[in-house]
Ligand binder design. Structure first.
Ligand code: RUQ
Ligand code: CUA
Length: 679
């Protein structure tokens, strides 16, 4: 969902009223009852020095990032910058990571990240990677979970609004991306009113299982609806992918009304093995496409952008058995596949039931040709022919469903602001709890996989209101943790979140905590500006470009006095943190720079670009409190007029050397640090 506003909330409510539904708007009646039971505190209390049981990855929504929480404590333990510049550690500001945000639209400093997705092996999260989508300028990213760092971002061509993304196949061979906003494909200048004839959607399959080699495998051209969410089949339905769509009305104005006319929209069920076959048989058409692939090399810590072109586009008309539509009430949002792979559950925002499709019945309907009609070569399967059952009167505004692996499903209801627990197969409702307020996504550790770990459920709520001390007009979003180990769900904890989390993923900490990179080995770095020891620091000039190679170690920079820079020069500071120790980081900032600081982990080299505009002496310093003498970790750059004859010199001052020797027990060698005119 998009960023909720009062108006949108009331709009949906209005539609529900028009549909003759009666409900209580909990969001407008603050509930002072905290609804927790007596032992809640002990269930979320993780004693100082103890670890939590789960890592949870919540998308940042309009922050563009990923927030990592520990469960059950709800403690925020990391923000991973992905699609937005992050001044806190220089992501997207330093020369190393700027290429990560490159697209055919230029350098993009922000995006709207919705759905984190853990990589899987045999349908179970394996802790290797986390993928996440950028909704606005279509991209997907891969985060390496041994570093908690974004390593790869690929742009999706022929796409707009990459919302149904980046859900994975059970082997993470592919992740997908489908378009929330249909546009002309390829995009071109046409009247908006020609929507029906000119606007299309695409379903994109992205090769995902080789770090550094993510690429567009193939795309499927589909009618111009709004493709909203997706999930892969598993077990018997392995090889299939399911995408919801709304706006089968093909409205292009006032969608609120005009896209809410049809009783049913469609789930697109795609047999992607059939797609692979059709591509292999040469049935895909080469289509113009331009996109960027950006990769942060884990050995050099430098990102490179590569512009690529061309895509393979499949038309369902040319590939029989590729794609079917399942009529689904009404304006469906989430589509979730249960752990057995048999049931496909849809959350119809305006539906009065939760429809559940049966994979077995879909296969039979295809064999029997139980079709209503065909749309652009896509057979529409009869609703009843595919239906496993309906959960009746579940609540209002169903959005998303997760599973506990014990035969139960948990669905979020935005309008009636609650989580409803129901039984797969009998479709009976067994429990419901209110959420505070207006829940969007919900998440159970492994709850969309073949083997959910269960135990907890996190509700991610859109409206916070009175849950925390007020902070002016804008409040943080609120997550709530529930205990789902028993028959009845129990509220344990509220915790605030960063940005607007849409989806989340979680897995046991044991799957990743012992695989963490603690620092990079200097000996293995391939960074061209690496210095392995203080004596390797230096300075060089090529025309108006000056490169300074610098070592950072508790508690000084080497060199730390630089002269001979001139107005009109572009200076690159290449700072290597030569510490070989965990969690000893150094920062770097220089007076008047027009970018963020550098933050350099042990063994890495990072580069800051600086263009001094006037003469003077400019201090630089370490921004990360690294030692008792962190305040002494500083230096100076002298900037002279253009054409001046001050020689280019970089030196390590005696002062810094003596002090650092005291702090870090480095032998006091005074010589060998002075360099002139090159290194
Ligand atoms: S979507 S709840 Cu991306 Cu459901 Cu937000
Ligand atoms: Cu290095 Cu503070």
């Amino acid at each position: 969902m998009s960023h909720p506003t009062r108006r949108i909330t009331l709009g949906v409510v209005g539609a529900a009223v028009a549909g003759g539904l009666v409900f209580a708007c909990r969001a407008s009646t603050p509930n002072v009852n905290t609804a927790v039971t007596g032992d809640a505190a002990s269930k979320v209390y993780v004693a100082p020095g103890q670890y939590d049981e789960f890592y949870a990855f919540l998308s940042g929504g309009f922050s563009g990032q990923v927030a990592v929480y520990a469960l059950p404590s709800g403690r925020l333990i990391k923000q991973i910058p992905v699609f937005s510049q992050h001044a806190e550690n220089g992501w997207g500001y330093d020369e190393n990571t700027k290429p990560m945000l490159q697209t055919t639209y230029g350098f993009i400093p922000w995006d709207d990240s919705h759905h984190p997705e853990l990589s899987q092996t045999d349908g179970v999260p394996d802790g290797r990677w986390l993928f996440i989508n950028a909704n606005n300028t279509p991209r997907v990213a891969r985060i390496d979970l041994s570093r908690f760092e974004t390593e790869e971002i690929i742009q999706i061509p022929n796409a707009a609004g990459a919302h149904a993304s980046p859900f994975t196949t059970p082997d993470s061979k592919y992740i997908v991306s489908a378009m929330r906003f249909s546009v002309p494909v390829p995009n071109t200048d046409v009247p908006i009113s020609s929507y029906k004839s000119n606007f299309k959607g695409t379903l994109t399959f992205i090769k995902a299982n080789e770090p550094g080699k993510m690429d567009i495998a193939f795309q499927v051209m589909v009618p111009g609806y709004n493709y909203d969410l997706g999930h892969a089949g598993k077990g018997p339905s392995d090889g299939w992918f399911f995408f919801t769509s709304y706006n089968s009305e093909q409205a292009y104005t006032k969608l609120e009304q005009n896209a809410s006319q049809n009783d049913k929209d469609f789930i697109a069920a795609i047999n992607y093995r059939q797609a692979e076959q059709c591509v292999a048989d040469g049935k895909a058409k080469p289509t113009p496409a331009e996109y960027y692939h950006n990769y942060l090399d884990p050995n050099s810590h430098e990102a490179k952008s590569e512009k690529k072109s061309g895509a393979k586009m499949l038309d369902p008309k040319d590939c029989a058995g590729l794609l079917y539509y399942l009529p689904t009430p009404k304006s469906p949002h989430g589509v979730d596949v249960d752990p057995t792979g048999e049931y496909i559950v849809a959350g119809g925002k305006l539906a009065t039931v939760i429809p559940v499709h049966s994979f077995t019945k879909i296969q039979k309907a295809i064999a029997d040709k139980a079709f209503d009609k065909e749309i652009d070569g896509i057979p529409v399967i009869k609703y009843e022919a595919a239906l496993a059952g309906e959960v009746k009167n579940p609540g209002l505004g169903p959005l998303h469903t997760e599973f506990d692996g014990k035969g139960y499903a948990y669905t979020s209801f935005f309008i009636s602001s609650e989580v409803v627990k129901w039984k797969l197969g009998t479709w009976e409702i067994v429990d419901r709890v209110p959420t505070y307020y207006s829940i969007g996504h919900l998440m159970i550790p492994g709850g969309d996989s073949k083997k959910p770990w269960g135990k907890y459920l996190v509700a991610m709520n859109k409206i916070t209101k009175d849950r925390y001390l007020p902070t002016g007009p804008e409040l943080f979003q609120s997550a709530q943790l529930f205990d789902i180990s028993g028959e009845k769900m129990k509220l344990l904890l509220d915790f605030p979140t960063i940005g607007e989390p849409h989806y989340a993923q979680a897995l046991p900490a044991s799957l990743i905590k012992d695989r963490q990179v603690k620092f990079d080995k200097l000996a293995e770095s391939t960074n061209p500006w690496l210095v392995k020891a203080e004596a390797e620091g230096g300075i060089s000039r090529k025309g108006k470009r000056v490169d300074v190679k610098m070592a950072a170690i508790r508690s000084h920079f080497a060199p730390d006095n630089i002269e001979g820079i001139q107005v009109g020069d572009t200076v690159y500071f290449h700072v290597t943190n030569i510490e070989q120790d965990w969690d000893i980081l150094h920062g770097f900032a220089v007076l008047g720079m027009e970018t963020s600081e550098l933050i350099v982990p042990g063994g890495q080299t990072k580069t800051l670009k600086w263009v001094p505009k006037s003469v003077g002496v400019y201090p630089f310093y370490c921004t990360d409190f690294c030692s008792a003498l962190h305040q002494e970790m500083q230096g100076y750059v002298r900037v002279s007029p253009a054409g001046s004859n001050v020689p280019l010199v970089a030196s390590l001052s005696d002062k810094a050397l003596t002090q650092s020797a005291r702090a870090a027990q480095i032998p006091t060698a005074h010589q060998g640090h002075e360099r002139k005119g090159g290194n």
